[in-house]
Structure formats: C-alpha cells, structure tokens
Design a protein around this ligand. Structure first.
Ligand code: PRX
Length: 632
C-alpha cells in the first residue's frame, strides 16, 4: 500500500475518487481482521451517519502488537527518552510491549473495567501511557486521554461528560525542570466526579500523594496480581475506540469520537505513506499523546505498521536547546515530526545548539499543528534536513483522525508553507460564505471535504446534534473544517488559519469563548473579549480585553489574579499573553461584540479598522486604541 512515485500517487488518487469502496477495501486488506466486512462504506452527511467496513470485527491491538510478534517480536516498538538526559532510555520490543499491554489489560479488568466503559488517562509521556492506551483498546474500553497541562476543573468536565468509570494517572510528571503533581490535580478533579470508581496510580516521580482506600491503587502492585495473557476483545469496526476532547468556537470542549476499524486503516495507511516509512527505521514524533497527533502518529499509526516510535517525555529546551538534536543523534532518528512552534523556538537560539550534532540519519521531516511560515520551513530544510530531507507539512485535525492534505515524502514535490495535495481518498473543496464551490486554481475560500474517509469522526460524545451543527450544517452535504485555505496555480493547498473563533497557540487549539468564560469567572470581572494576534514563536498569542474589573491592589496584581483563574479553570496553556483593561467593548446596537475591530487592534493594525458606524459607542474604540498602544 506504499506509494513510491508521483505517477502512482496520481493513479491511486484517481482510483480512490472514482471507486472509493474498492480503493479502501484493498487498503484494508493490509490489516488483520477477525471477520471481514459486508459493506465498505455507507454514509449520509446530513445526519451525519457514517459507517466504514460494516460488519467487520477486529481488535486494533492485534494489528499493533500480535501480528508483529512472529517476525518482528524482538524489534523495538517504543524507545522512551526520559526528561532527564542523564537517565537511561528504555526500549520496549514488540514482544515486551505486547506482554505489558496484556498484563495491564488484566489489571483494568481486575479493577472492574469492561468493554464499552470509558477510562480517563492523565499521565506523563512515559511508556506506561502507551501501555494504558493500548490496554484499554485490548479489552474494548474507550480511552479518553487528557493532556497533562489541563486543570482539575477541565478534567472533571471531561470525565463527567463521558462518565468515566476509571482513571489512570501517575504521582507526578517531569517537564523540563518542573514537576507537575498529576495525582493532586486528579484528586481535586475527582471531588466532583461521582462515576469514577477506581484510580490506578503509576509511580514515576515518587512524590508524596494521597491514596484513598477503596478507590486508589498503585500500578506496580496491581500488575503483580495478574498474568500477561489477555485475549483481545472482538470489536465491531464501528465500535468506539476513543474519545478526545477538543475546543470549538462555542461552549465547552466536545468529545470527538473515533471508531475502531476506519481509524485503524486510516492511521496506518497515512503513516506509512506520508512519511515513506521503511522497515527498521526510527521515527520520532515530538507531540504529546494527549493530543490527536500522539494518538495517531506515536501510538496507533506507527505500531500498526511495525515501526519503531520514539516517545519523549521532556521539552525541546531542556536541559538546553540541543535536546532534539541530541535525541536524533543518540537514537539515529530517520524521521522527525514536530510542530512549527518548536521549530521557531529552536531557531531563536541560533546555530550554536546545532554545533557538532550528527543529524545525518534524518531522511524525512514533518510539520503539524499550525501553518508553517516560510522562514521556519527554510530553516528546518537547511539546518536540520541539510536540503536533502523532504518536509511533509501535514494538515489535519482531531476530527479527521489522520493526515488529510500533505506531501508524500520522496514522492510529492514540496513548496514552502504548502500542505500541497490531498492524500488518496480525500476530496477537499473550497467554498464561499454561501457554500458555493469555488472552482479553478489561484483561488481561496473555506476548506470543506465533500466525501467521507475512514478516519473521520463519527459523532461528538453524548451529543450527536452538536456534531451535526458544528461540522455538517454550515454547508449542505459538506464536512466543514473551520479553516481558510488557498489553492494556487498548481492546485497546491495552503492552509491560512482558522476562520472561526478558535485560536491556535503553540499548536494548541483553544476556543476564545472558553478563555472568555474562564476570565469571567474571576470575581470582579464583568465582561471580556478574547482574540488572537500574531506571535513570533507561538504562532498566535491570546489577547484579552477585560472591562475594568474591581481591583485589589495594583492593576498588575489583578492581571495576575486573572491569569491564576484561567489556569485553574482551563490550564496554563490558555493563559492570555496580554490583558488590557478597558472601560467598554466595541458593540453593535444589538449588543454583539465586534471582534473584527478587536483583532485589528490586537494586531496593531489600527489604521484599517473598517466600518465602525454600526457601533453603539464608536468613542470606545479610540480609548481602546490609546490603551493598547501603552501596553507592552
Ligand atoms: O487550523 C488547523 C491547524 O490545526 C487545526 C486542528 O487542530 P487540532 O485538532 O488540535 O489538531 C492538530 C494536529 C492535527 C486545524 O483546523 N493545523 C493543523 N495542521 C496544520 C494546521 N494549519 C496549517 N498547516 C498545518 N499543517
């Protein structure tokens, strides 16, 4: 199923459009099924109701583990690189990983988990995180991984939304020179989570933690009570595999649901093709398993293809800005898949951290999560790839399950800052605001997808209507991505950014409404408006306009109080970079905040504010502009 020439890409693409069922049916033959499907695809975007490989039975862990044992059992599946470079890295072969997943799957059963139960995972980037994820899949439980940067309140909201029965966590996590008390955060969260019966705690940093009798058990004790034989649960292709919460333009984060069969086929197919993965190579994705990139391209995609996946606990700048390059050299990494924000941050340290580092193993480079600016693209190409490693700029989303628009390494000619062409099976179209298709090249519009693909979301957990409203109602019969996009004269796609009220801060997706709600929870704040602005390293920064709150002490102190509130309500990743206190917000006569104006002010582009005549009080704009100029 690996594409090796541009001609083959064109042929496969054509086939995938003319006869999608035949195309995906053939791709799916490369996986292991317990029972075959009777229908490859049935779909309706209005409901939406999408089914792939109907009637088929499988377990994704048999594809990620068991099927490699005979020939590749001793091959490394996961290489773990700890936060502290002085500590030993750990290699788990496919045999070892299989054994540990089965054993921990039995621990889950012993603690009452069964097929269909939801299990929350809040862990550091350690091998046990991948083991926990796969153990859930082994027994047919649905995992909901939460990134370690979210607060207790965010965790509680997610646990309650999907009514998790179990939580898997660790005492704490290392992140650079910081320690994060994961169990403490979970303890705070669980005060408000009546559905959680058990909490399994891994010892990692060995910090003191409270262990509640009857609820909390240690991972290390539990594994002693079970053996390592666990037959994989037979799952329907359309049974739920996992839930992953993501932010939108309104309300609380929603639980994006992916199912077993289609997701597996899509993650595996895209992994092997986009990165042109070759047997025996070492592949390093720097994302966290708490995000979709980690799910699809640290765990399921690579392991389904028998690859060696590096799992890194730390951050790019600890103990110094050479860390990524040291890892590349140490483990002879062939593919490095990272985010533009990491590239920009490392660029800012200059060339010194690269001195003497052997990067000659690198064959393919990848970028994900946000638009990559040309400067960062060229730096990545020249300094890291030495002009010889193709860069795959991969566009996709939590909802798409896998990469959608991207070069295929060694096959597709690349162009700086372009995601280039759709992968086989993907039918992107650009539409205007009325949903009318914009045809031809040299055009731009809102990016939609007009035909289903196996890895697409099926619903949003517990609220199918929300899935329909968010993705399938803006334009009839189309999946709406929320992204703006241009298609150049060569038919190449370039993603220009979100067209809704979703921010992309350091590759993290954050809804402006969520941040506003968090700010407004601070006592003394009456109202606020949040917009994004261009940020050199983060891509976008968060700019909050807050109507003069009641102050206790100096304004700067009140700002810090507000940041603290946001950290409590969402997590540190959502803290505004700038807070401006104002006496009013620009509103229309019907009371709607004109964010367009605030965005311009945040960007510093105050000369082109456009029409302000519909504002209730145009004077407020002058005041905000003056105040914004005084803000550093
Ligand atoms: O705006 C797009 C941006 O990230 C959004 C999806 O965020 P999330 O669901 O968190 O998934 C991130 C990892 C897949 C998209 O709507 N985005 C993602 N990749 C790119 C991108 N923007 C431009 N270029 C990309 N390669």
């Amino acid at each position: 199923m690996q594409i090796t020439s541009f001609k083959q890409y064109e042929e496969d693409y054509k086939k995938s459009i003319e006869n999608p069922e035949q195309f995906w049916g053939e791709v799916a033959q490369n996986f292991q099924w317990k029972k075959p499907w009777f229908k490859v695809l049935s779909w309706n975007f209005n409901e939406p109701d999408i089914k792939w490989f109907e009637g088929a039975k499988l377990n994704i862990t048999e594809n990620c583990l068991d099927r490699h044992l005979e020939k590749n059992g001793d091959k490394p599946a996961i290489i773990w690189e700890p936060n502290n470079p002085e500590e030993e890295s750990v290699t788990l072969t496919y045999k070892m990983l299989h054994e540990r997943v089965c054993r921990f799957a039995n621990v889950l059963k012993r603690n009452g988990a069964k097929k269909g139960d939801r299990i929350c995972i809040y862990m550091p980037m350690v091998p046990e995180l991948a083991i926990a994820v796969l153990a859930c899949a082994r027994i047919g439980a649905v995992h909901s991984v939460i990134f370690g940067g979210f607060s207790a309140k965010s965790i509680a909201d997610r646990i309650n939304d999907s009514q998790c029965k179990l939580v898997i966590t660790a005492d704490g996590a290392y992140r650079g020179n910081k320690q994060i008390p994961l169990k403490d955060v979970i303890d705070d969260a669980l005060i408000g989570c009546p559905t959680v019966e058990k909490c399994i705690v891994l010892t990692h940093v060995r910090t003191p933690v409270s262990m509640l009798k009857g609820r909390d058990v240690w991972w290390e004790d539990e594994v002693k009570h079970v053996n390592d034989i666990c037959e994989a649960e037979e799952m329907d292709a359309e049974d739920m595999l996992f839930i992953l919460y993501t932010s939108g333009s309104t309300g609380k984060p929603k639980g994006v649901v992916h199912t077993c069969g289609g997701y597996m086929v899509y993650a595996g197919y895209t992994f092997t093709n986009v990165f042109n993965y070759q047997p025996g190579e070492v592949y390093f994705c720097t994302a966290d398993i708490g995000w979709i990139t980690g799910h699809s391209y640290i765990v399921y995609g690579p392991l389904s293809q028998g690859a060696t996946s590096v799992l890194f606990e730390g951050i790019p700048t600890y103990p110094n800005a050479s860390r990524f390059w040291d890892i590349v050299e140490k483990h002879k990494v062939n593919t490095l898949y990272t985010a533009p924000t990491a590239i920009r941050s490392l660029m800012s340290f200059g060339e010194e951290p690269l001195q003497g580092k052997d990067l000659s193993s690198i064959r393919v480079l990848g970028s994900v999560g946000e638009p990559i600016n040309e400067e960062a693209w060229h730096w990545f190409d020249e300094k890291i790839g030495h002009g010889k490693a193709p860069i795959v700029d991969t566009w996709w989303q939590t909802e798409t399950g896998g990469i959608m628009i991207s070069p295929i390494a060694t096959v597709t000619p690349t162009k700086p800052s372009y995601a280039t062409l759709p992968l086989p099976g993907i039918q992107p179209i650009l539409v205007d605001e009325n949903g009318k298709e914009i045809e031809g090249n040299g055009v731009s519009g809102n990016l939609c997808i007009k035909f289903p693909w196996p890895g697409m979301l099926r619903t949003t957990y517990g609220d199918h209507e929300r899935c329909k409203q968010t993705y399938f109602s803006t334009y009839e019969n189309l999946y709406f991505t929320g992204d703006g996009c241009l298609r150049d004269e060569d038919g190449y796609y370039r993603i220009t950014g979100r067209v809704d009220d979703v921010l992309n801060v350091s590759g993290h997706r954050i809804g402006t409404a969520e941040v506003e709600n968090a700010i407004n929870m601070h006592a003394g704040v009456v109202e606020s408006a949040v917009v994004g602005y261009p940020h050199d390293v983060k891509g976008q920064g968060i700019y909050a306009f807050v109507i003069n709150p009641e102050m206790h002490g100096e304004a700067e102190l009140t700002k810090k109080d507000i940041l603290q509130t946001v950290t409590r309500v969402i997590g540190a990743i959502a803290k505004p970079d700038k807070i401006l206190f104002v006496s009013g917000l620009p509103k229309t006569r019907s009371g709607k905040i004109m964010r367009r104006i605030l965005r311009k002010i945040a960007e510093g582009d105050t000369a082109n504010l456009g029409d302000t005549s519909t504002l209730l009080d145009p004077g407020v704009v002058e005041e905000i502009i003056a105040a914004s100029k005084a803000l550093k």
